[in-house]
Design a binder for this molecule. Structure first.
Ligand SMILES: NC(=O)c1ccc[n+]([C@@H]2O[C@H](COP(=O)([O-])OP(=O)(O)OC[C@H]3O[C@@H](n4cnc5c(N)ncnc54)[C@H](OP(=O)(O)O)[C@@H]3O)[C@@H](O)[C@H]2O)c1
Length: 271
């Protein structure tokens, strides 16, 4: 591995990028410059991520690959074998980041079991970094108590201009934990937002790029997805956008606690 420890600020969401078409779309993103690829056991895109990485001809060390253990595989018998299987499907010896995708609903699997298994996966060398997803503050505190401060590299959660999650963000900042914003474009819903569009026009970029630049400036990692080359390029351009404090404040005011992903299995959210 040649990459340093940090998670690259902008990654590619690969939900829905399955099969050969999915691999081709991911390869296109790699050609544009994306190196951080976010997959999961439940997306069926681990295979296309591996294929795209190999087809790029670039060294493995140029990439930052994340996968996630499905909530159906958190029990002691399945956790580590499922991670081993993910490595085989992707075609790597180690992922850069391994996440627990969702906490176990109603503690069907004891919390200690799967959090300790996550730590064990790292000790075994299956993952360089470990983290969680969809964890509220209470579960982050329990994770910290079990694995120690600084053990997890991120909590991947829904965050976008319409759901800025101030309580969770304040807590994460207080313990130095990076948040990864999933659905950072609210699944495309912010694309015509008048405030983001106006700021985008001033910077010569799309409303979506402004949303991503805003989230990164707030300290978050972002993992937008797109099936369109134009949008992949437009989103990547967010890395070069620098917003003024006045613009940041205008976008902060867009928060309306609008949560898109809230299945029955969700924990009790903080925001
Ligand atoms: N941990 C979790 O539980 C969890 C849950 C959900 C998602 N995720 C991760 O987050 C990633 C991203 O989430 P997501 O794909 O659901 O939502 P998203 O990235 O917020 O939005 C993707 C949608 O926005 C559109 N879009 C993208 N760029 C655009 C642009 N520049 N202008 C206009 N529209 C644009 C796309 O349409 P086009 O294809 O037409 O561009 C697509 O419909 C997923 O792939 C996955 O890796 C994680």
């Amino acid at each position: 591995m040649t990459m340093d420890k940090a998670i690259p600020k902008l990654g590619l969401g690969t939900g829905g990028r399955i099969g050969d078409d999915g691999a081709a779309a991911i390869l296109k993103a790699i050609e544009i410059g994306y190196r951080h690829l976010d997959t999961a056991q439940s997306y069926n895109s681990e295979d296309s991520v591996g294929k795209a990485v190999r087809a790029s001809g670039l060294p493995r060390g140029d990439f930052f690959i994340t996968t996630k253990v499905a909530d159906t595989r958190l029990n002691k018998a399945q956790f580590l074998p499922s991670v081993r299987a993910s490595l085989d499907v992707i075609g790597v010896d180690q992922v850069d980041l391994l996440l627990i995708h969702w906490p176990s609903h109603k503690d069907a699997v004891p919390f200690e079991d799967y959090v300790l298994a996550l730590g064990e996966a790292q000790q075994k060398g299956y993952a360089r970094l470990i983290g969680v997803s969809n964890f509220p503050i209470a579960l982050l505190e329990r994770t910290r108590a079990l694995l120690g401060p600084g053990a997890i590299a991120t909590n991947q959660v829904e965050i976008h201009p319409y759901l800025q999650a101030p309580k969770l963000v304040a807590y994460a900042r207080s313990i130095g934990l990076t948040l990864t914003a999933y659905q950072p474009l609210a699944k495309g819903e912010i694309r015509d937002d008048p405030v983001l569009s106006k700021i985008g026009a001033a910077h010569g970029v799309s409303a979506s790029a402004v949303a991503l630049a805003f989230l990164m400036a707030e300290g978050h990692v972002v993992i937008p997805s797109s099936s369109s080359e134009t949008n992949l390029r437009g989103n990547y351009a967010a890395l070069a956008v620098s917003l003024s404090e006045a613009e940041m404040n205008e976008i902060r005011a867009l928060n309306r606690g609008y949560r898109r992903i809230n299945p029955e299995k969700s924990p009790r959210w903080d925001d």
